[in-house]
Design a protein around this ligand. Structure first.
Ligand SMILES: NC(=O)c1ccc[n+]([C@@H]2O[C@H](COP(=O)([O-])OP(=O)(O)OC[C@H]3O[C@@H](n4cnc5c(N)ncnc54)[C@H](OP(=O)(O)O)[C@@H]3O)[C@@H](O)[C@H]2O)c1
Length: 264
C-alpha cells in the first residue's frame, strides 16, 4: 500500500502509538488504521503486538512493530529513532502506555513510585521531547497523551498513580504553549473507568471496600452517571479527532471521557 493513497481522516499520516498491544492503545491503533493512518506500534514484546498488527494490516495500514520497555530511558530514545527510521515522518505521537499500582499512601515504597514515574511520566516526557524536535522540522504534528481522571481529581489509595497522571496533564499544557507556533498540537485525553486488563490491578480498592473485584465493579457502575464502565473502543474516536486536521484549532486541552463520572 503506497503512503497516503487510502482514504480517511488520517490518510497519509504515520502515528507512533505506545502501549498498542492491549486495551485503549490497541483500539486507538485499529481506529487510526481505519482512518487511513500508517502505524508504528510498540509494547514490551513483539509477540504482544502480533494480533493488533494483523488487524491493522487487514485494514490496509503499513505497520512497523518495535518492542521497547518504556521504563528504560535508553529504550525510549532507541524507540523514537527506530520509528523515524521506519517511517521518515512521525506526524502523530500517542503516549498511551501506562501502568497502575494502588496502595494506601504511606505504604508506597520509593521503588514503586520510581517505577510508576518511569513509565507514566519520564517516558511520556522524553518521547514528547523527541517528537517535538522532529515535528518542528516537519512544521506540524499532533501529540496525544493519555492521562486519566486521576490526573485531574483526587482518589483514595492511588496517590502515586494520580501523581503521575497529574504530571502528564501539567506537562502537556506547558508543551502545548511552547509548540503552538510550530504547528504542533498537544492535548490530553482523560478517561474515567475503562474496561481493560488494568482493572485487575484494583484489588486494593476491593480490599478497602471489603468486596470482590466483581462486586467492586458493580459499586463503581453505580457511581458513574451512565451506569457502566466505558469500553476501550469508546476512547479511540476522540484520539482520531485529536490526530486529524479537524482538531487543528485545539491545543493544550484536557478532555475527560468518563461516562459522566466527574463533570467539568
Ligand atoms: N483502564 C482505565 O480505566 C484507564 C483509565 C484512565 C486512564 N487509563 C490510561 O490509559 C492508558 C492505557 O491503559 P489500558 O487500560 O489500556 O491499560 P492496559 O490494558 O493494561 O494496557 C497497557 C499497555 O501499556 C503497555 N505497557 C505497560 N508497561 C509498559 C512498559 N514498561 N513499556 C512499554 N509498554 C508498556 C502494555 O504493553 P505490554 O502488552 O507489553 O504489557 C499495554 O500495551 C494508560 O496510560 C492508563 O493509565 C486507563
Amino acid at each position: 500500500m503506497t503512503r497516503g493513497l487510502r482514504g480517511g481522516r488520517l490518510s497519509g499520516k504515520t502515528a507512533l502509538i505506545t502501549g498498542a498491544s492491549r486495551g485503549i492503545g490497541r483500539c486507538i491503533a485499529e481506529a487510526f488504521a481505519g482512518e487511513g493512518a500508517d502505524l508504528i506500534l510498540t509494547a514490551t514484546s513483539l509477540e504482544g503486538l502480533t494480533e493488533v498488527a494483523e488487524n491493522v494490516q487487514a485494514l490496509g495500514a503499513k505497520c512497523d512493530l518495535i518492542a521497547a520497555d518504556l521504563g528504560d530511558e535508553s529504550e525510549t530514545d532507541r524507540l523514537f529513532q527506530k520509528a523515524v527510521k521506519a517511517s521518515g515522518e512521525v506526524e502523530i505521537l500517542v503516549n498511551n502506555a501506562g501502568i497502575y499500582q494502588g496502595k494506601p499512601f504511606e505504604q508506597y515504597t520509593m521503588v514503586e513510585l520510581d517505577r510508576l514515574m518511569k513509565v507514566n511520566v519520564y517516558a511520556v516526557f522524553r518521547l514528547t521531547q523527541l517528537a517535538v524536535v522532529h515535528m518542528k522540522t516537519l512544521g506540524r504534528g499532533k501529540i496525544i497523551n493519555i492521562g486519566s481522571t486521576a490526573g485531574k481529581w483526587e482518589s483514595a489509595n492511588q496517590a502515586a498513580y494520580n501523581t503521575t497522571k497529574h504530571a502528564v496533564v501539567g506537562m502537556s499544557k506547558c508543551v502545548a504553549l511552547e509548540t503552538a507556533a510550530y504547528g504542533i498540537n498537544v492535548n490530553t485525553i482523560c478517561p474515567g473507568m475503562v474496561e481493560t486488563d488494568m482493572f485487575q490491578d484494583f484489588e486494593v480498592h476491593a480490599d478497602a471496600a471489603g468486596v470482590s473485584l466483581d462486586q467492586l465493579k458493580e459499586q463503581v457502575h453505580a457511581r458513574i452517571p451512565l451506569g457502566r464502565f466505558l469500553q476501550p473502543g469508546e476512547i479511540a474516536p476522540l484520539a482520531v479527532y485529536l490526530g486529524s486536521a479537524e482538531s487543528d484549532g485545539m491545543t493544550g486541552q484536557t478532555l475527560t471521557i468518563s461516562g459522566g463520572m466527574r463533570m467539568g
